[in-house]
Write a protein that binds this ligand. Structure first.
Ligand code: ZN
Length: 466
């Protein structure tokens, strides 16, 4: 890294973490975890199969699901923290497959900075025990991930990319400049990984992987419309190089053509649904035949649309988790102020223009069995850590996903996006004890998941502070 680039990174990082913020409420704390846990007579949705196992006993020890059995009798007077699971269901902890921990959720005209620590707590409060960050400073995300791993910080396990690879002046550069304002905007060009020509592919991917990322993120979209977009050739070249070096690639897409290009170029995951245009049957078939999973982020686009129209209203869960200083500027008519923002205004307006295509696009993809993964793109204006996760599930249900499809897309399917053998996302012996205890059967009533009775992360009970 050049000296100038290093200084730019350092200044950027410093400003990001030193701004004041408006999140102060404590949301979660660690419960009493001195004993191994025994959950008795509980039903299990393992995350993968639509059949629920009934009346099982689960033993959780040393952070893992140690045993799943029936009629367990402790040997040698061993003492457990026993939980009565009668009438309840165990499900895997949720995975939010598309987050930005360093997103504040605020609007550019308020300039409130992010509080990653609070965001992490809000995810965990909502039963989300794993997050995939799809764009932020890798060095900062790495620090956060390590703190969570070492129990210095309470939150979901973090996997992360770095700032996405794009073309000169392509998304997210214009939007990031507008969101950050002075003085950070002047550094955005320097710190954004960009590619100009095919010959630079190896250098770009090598530098990206040096950031110790868990996967690569590439942008193929126009935000705002008319801005420079990654060509198919460059995209394919980058993905090939990443694969050669053993890394999986998430591609941010917008238009039907972007989605087809990303699919044909060999992307591993599409980081959004197809929102910027009408998908044809032919295009949907290409996407579906590749079996590529899609993190839909439907709620994020619906929220952008309603903010732009001046009709956005936070739901009860948003109000519980998100401070008014973040919510007020986008609530109701206040949201119309976005039209004064050059880049964000143009983007929001484009989203509203394209919203009539969304339901048909979704139905087409679903009819061809494209795997749908639950992710939010939080925190953006209208889209927040934790609360939007449930809004996303509701939105996908309204569009036609079944409760099983939603729950498996939030757990097992999401765990397989970039890891071949993840140690989470499924309830089975030997895996990490990331577990939610739900009062009732969420496959029959999805509303039950909004309030898990018990949240267990890495074998530790997490207590909500209300
Ligand atoms: Zn994103």
């Amino acid at each position: 890294m050049s000296k100038y680039k290093f200084i730019a990174y350092s200044i950027f990082s410093f400003f990001l973490i030193s701004c004041t913020n408006h999140y102060t409420k404590q949301l979660v704390k660690v419960g009493d975890n001195t004993l191994p846990i025994l959950i008795k007579n509980v039903n299990i949705f393992n995350g993968k199969d639509s059949v629920v196992l009934v009346n099982k006993d689960i033993i959780i020890e040393n952070g893992l699901i140690k045993t799943i059995t029936s009629n367990f009798i402790p040997k040698n007077k061993k003492v457990f923290k026993t939980i009565d699971g009668k009438g309840k269901t165990i499900i895997p902890g949720f995975i939010d497959a598309h987050v930005h921990l360093s997103g504040s959720g605020s609007v550019p005209w308020e300039n409130i900075s992010a509080n990653e620590v609070y965001n992490l707590a809000a995810y965990l409060y909502s039963g989300i025990t794993t997050v995939y960050d799809l764009g932020g400073m890798a060095s900062d995300l790495k620090k956060l991930a390590t703190k969570v791993e070492n129990n210095e910080l309470l939150g979901p396990t973090i996997y992360h990319a770095h700032i996405p690879i794009t073309v000169k002046n392509g998304h997210p550069i214009p939007l990031t400049k507008e969101l950050l304002g002075w003085p950070l905007r002047s550094l955005v060009n320097t710190i954004s990984p960009t590619i100009k020509k095919k010959e630079d592919t190896e250098k770009v991917i090598t530098n990206y992987l040096k950031k110790e990322v868990d996967y690569v993120k590439i942008i193929c979209d126009q935000i705002p419309i008319g801005s420079p977009e990654m060509s198919f050739d460059l995209l394919k070249s980058l993905i090939n190089e990443a694969h050669k070096k053993g890394a999986k690639v998430f591609v941010h897409i917008g238009s039907p053509q972007n989605a087809v290009d990303a699919t044909k170029a060999g992307a591993d995951v599409l980081a959004h649904g197809v929102w910027r245009g009408k998908l044809t049957v032919e295009q949907a078939t290409i996407i579906a035949d590749s079996k590529i999973p899609m993190i839909y982020t439907l709620a994020a686009f619906q929220n952008v649309n309603s903010i732009h129209k001046g009709t956005y209203l936070p739901n009860e869960y948003d109000k519980l988790l998100v401070p008014e200083t973040i919510l007020n500027p986008v609530t109701g008519k206040n949201g119309l102020d976005v039209k004064n923002q050059k880049v964000m205004g143009a983007f929001f307006s484009d989203v509203t223009d394209k919203s009539p295509f969304w339901l048909d696009n979704f139905k087409l993809l679903k009819s061809k069995n494209v795997p749908m993964i639950i992710g939010t793109d939080s925190s953006l204006p209208g889209t927040y850590a934790g609360s939007t996760y449930f809004q996303e599930m509701d939105a996908l249900k309204e569009f036609g996903l079944s409760n099983f499809e939603i729950l498996t897309g939030a757990t097992y399917l999401a765990s397989k996006l970039f890891l071949d053998n993840p140690d989470f996302g499924i309830i089975t012996e030997g895996k990490k004890a990331n577990i939610l205890l739900i009062n009732g059967n969420p496959l029959e009533d999805l509303t039950l998941i909004k309030n898990p009775e018990t949240i267990i992360k890495n074998g530790k009970i997490i207590v909500k502070v209300n």
